[in-house]
Design a protein around this ligand. Structure first.
Ligand SMILES: *Cc1c(COP(=O)(O)O)cnc(C)c1O
Length: 433
């Protein structure tokens, strides 16, 4: 008895320790964010105990009279936010949303074009040999966009040529999946979508990272530029609960519904649906100034780091137009070592494969880069001035072994940024500690 109680308390204590540590740290993971109090409260509501398989009004379970209303609100808000004809808010993650889209548009053995991982692609659009979701789970063959390292973007002419050649070679290319996980610049969706359509492939956009920037009108607008479907996570630049959503042209609605349920999920985490609805409402109100601040902050961080002598990727094309900054850290060893060193100093970043890394003999555990994202710091109210300080702390941290000194500077900066902004009421970022 005593042992179980001790186990129980130890686990609670670990969660508190995590919150305390994070509250004294600089969170710079590009795929992370923080939710408002209203969103966090609804995540702990009774909705998280319930089942509601299927579509509102056509459920497999009783007890859904309010759940149906909440989900219909979430759908309507998602359609408004992304100006889409159809929305499905049920996917339980970005990767599950992607898998549903693959299932709607293709069969195993077909081909999809996506970004290679060192060029910013995500493992959910990866090949079977790397255990990528698209290859391993749905049996897709993956062909890569031709990528131009200099501009850190898709090479339009070479990619068009490649698409036509794949068609001529008899490959069944069904999906051209734009988007990615290291996305510094808007992609040439307009330029490539018409060729994709011409060869019978559906242009789609994986906006897992940039959905919030898109909703806030600060990046690009894939559904207006030629993408038929946009699938994304709801918790990266879009500051909601961890989950996924798909928006699309009306013609794909019925297919997506079936691919989400029963195709790729059974119950769909109803507390998250309510939290998504609240997030979409917050975003309709605050998304524009937030997304603007995110892009301004990312650029400010990149410019200051570059001024300090850091090797910021994309220097000749203006560093970034998104929420992300990529640093080449090969002068300090590799991204893995740097990630660990910074974590010991309460600066949380992640290692990043960069274009050319594989050719140089580097791989995922020791890549050439780190990736920095500013969405969370922005939601905590940081502006350009604080970005200068973040850059200076990072530069100092990379060049010193004085762990205590770095932690002190990080803690001091963080102390005045513990509240979640861009929501209907300002709220604390941490409850549990
Ligand atoms: C993060 C990410 C995903 C996966 O999203 P999860 O919500 O973590 O499942 C898919 N695609 C891209 C491009 C991503 O960056």
């Amino acid at each position: 008895m005593a042992k179980e109680a001790a186990d129980f308390r130890r686990i609670q204590s670990l969660v508190r320790q995590h919150e305390r540590w994070l509250s004294e740290s600089l969170p710079l993971i590009a795929s992370e964010n923080v939710t408002s109090k209203a969103v966090r409260e609804v995540l702990t509501s009774d909705l998280g105990h319930r089942y509601a398989e299927g579509w509102p009004g056509e459920r497999v379970y009783a007890g859904c009279k309010y759940i149906d209303k909440i989900e219909l609100e979430a759908i309507a808000l998602a359609k408004r936010l992304f100006r889409a004809e159809f929305a499905d808010v049920r996917p339980i993650s970005g990767a599950c949303a992607n898998l549903a889209v693959y299932s709607v548009l293709s069969d195993p053995g077909d081909t999809m074009m996506a970004l290679a991982i060192p060029n910013g692609g995500h493992i959910s659009a990866g090949k079977k040999e790397f255990s990528g979701t698209a290859g391993l789970v749905h049996g897709l063959d993956i062909e890569y966009f031709v990528f131009d390292k200099q501009s850190m973007n898709i090479d339009v002419d070479e990619t068009k040529k490649k698409l036509r050649k794949l068609k001529a070679d008899g490959r069944k290319l069904k999906i051209v999946m734009f988007g990615g996980s290291l996305l510094l610049f808007p992609q040439p969706v307009t330029e490539i979508s018409s060729v994709a359509e011409e060869i019978g492939a559906v242009p789609c956009y994986d906006a897992a990272h940039v959905a919030g920037l898109i909703a806030g009108g600060q990046f690009q607008d894939p559904l207006r530029e030629g993408a038929h479907i946009m699938n994304f996570s709801t918790h990266k630049t879009l500051f909601g609960p961890q989950g996924g959503t798909i928006v699309s042209r009306a013609q794909y609605g019925e297919g997506i519904k079936k691919a989400v349920f029963p195709g790729t999920s059974s119950n769909h985490h109803l507390h998250n649906v309510a939290a998504k609805a609240l997030t979409f409402a917050e975003f309709l109100k605050y998304g524009k100034p937030y997304a603007k601040a995110v892009t301004v902050n990312a650029l400010a961080l990149a410019e200051r780091l570059s001024d300090l002598g850091e090797n910021v990727v994309g220097a000749n094309v203006g560093f970034t137009k998104s929420h992300t900054v990529a640093l080449d850290v090969t002068k300090y060893g590799d991204g893995g070592t740097v990630e660990e060193k910074l974590e010991d100093m309460n600066i949380i970043v992640n290692r990043q494969l960069l274009p050319g890394d594989l050719q140089a003999g580097r791989h995922y555990t020791n890549p050439g880069g780190i990736r920095l994202g500013v969405p969370e710091l922005t939601r905590l109210g940081m502006k350009k001035g604080e970005m200068q300080e973040v850059a200076e702390i990072l530069h100092f941290a990379l060049n010193t072994d004085r762990v205590t000194e770095v932690k002190r500077r990080v803690g001091k900066l963080r102390k005045s940024h513990l509240k979640v902004q861009y929501s209907f009421e300002e709220s604390p970022a941490f409850f549990y500690r």
